[in-house]
Design a protein around this ligand. Structure first.
Ligand code: A2P
Length: 282
């Protein structure tokens, strides 16, 4: 993100009413997010406890002894005492070190063997130390979730699993599994991503051009984006839309003054293509 745009966007978001902020060390803007939160606290607009900040443990930091120092580094960048939620960003580990994407001489990612259960125990210790109020995971499939849930001596269950989720990728089976285990699904790319070809599978059509979403939007005087977000929250999925545009930041918050009928929800569910925009090919 261009320097400063994240600071401004988060301040506008907080003024608009957003309280949940989804961040990560690898977004390289945590210093701006932290500054925005601290400025809004100093202004008296919010208290720290009003904000729900989610941070993420990157793939190069899975060895258990790296987990707490990594979270402490994030807290130092944010200049906050704790995060509300800390999650394992991906279930696969990369070779530890300064390179975020460590590669061999052939350009292949260098993976690292770690035990996800041991990483999880280090996450539990972060919660016990008060550095994270809650702990969760991201991009975990059912098998990976079960590994944690069935871990002998499990102290805390993951409270949430952040995965791609939107009308073209509705995740019915994972959603049901997570419901049964009281794990909240946090849906990323709820608007169908920015369609940046460097990391997005653009062969899947643009979500916001969808005829059904637009037709339903017309009925309520809402945009396709607002319908897609409303669809998420109405089925119990937390949505984390991304925008750096003040008008669209506000637009994406105007989703609490209408509701979709059961029939409309079914119609939108039927749009599922089972195709990911974010394939995470690494
Ligand atoms: P911008 O930052 O210019 O608003 P996702 O949340 O699925 O990752 O989607 C993010 C993309 O969607 C960004 O490119 C963002 O661009 C765009 N976007 C965000 N809100 C809206 C909206 N209400 N209508 C159209 N596009 C939007």
């Amino acid at each position: 993100t261009p320097k400063g745009s994240c600071l401004e966007s988060v301040k506008i978001a907080i003024d608009t009413g957003y309280r949940h902020i989804d961040g990560a060390f690898v977004y390289y803007n945590e210093h701006e997010v932290g500054q925005a939160i601290r400025e809004k606290i100093a202004e008296g607009k919010i208290k720290r406890e009003d904000i729900f900040y989610c941070g993420k443990l990157w793939n190069t930091c899975h060895p258990p002894e790296l987990v707490r120092p990594t979270l402490e580094k994030t807290l130092k960048i944010l200049q906050l005492d704790y995060v509300d939620l800390y999650i394992i960003e991906l279930p696969m580990a990369f070779k530890p070190g300064d390179a975020i994407y460590p590669r061999d001489e052939n350009g292949k990612i260098i993976y690292h063997e770690t035990d996800l259960c041991a990483t999880w125990e280090a996450m539990e210790a972060c919660k016990d130390a008060g550095l994270a109020k809650s702990i969760g995971v991201s991009n975990f499939n059912r098998r990976q979730l079960e590994m944690i849930l069935n871990k002998p001596g499990l102290k805390y269950k993951p409270v949430s699993n952040q995965v791609e989720c939107h009308p073209y990728f509705t995740q019915p089976k994972l959603l049901e599994f997570c419901r049964q285990h009281d794990i909240v699904i946090v849906g990323y790319s709820p608007l169908g991503t920015s369609r940046d070809e460097t990391w997005v599978n653009v062969s899947s059509p643009p979500l916001l051009k969808d005829a059904v979403l637009n037709a339903i939007g017309k009925k309520y005087n809402k945009t396709a984006a607002q319908v897609a977000l409303r669809f998420g929250i109405q089925r119990g999925v937390v949505v984390i839309p991304k925008s750096f545009n003040p008008q669209r930041i506000r637009e994406n918050f105007q989703i609490f003054d209408f509701s979709l009928t059961e029939e409309e929800m079914k119609e939108i569910e039927a749009l599922n293509k089972n195709v990911r925009y974010v394939e995470l090919l690494m």
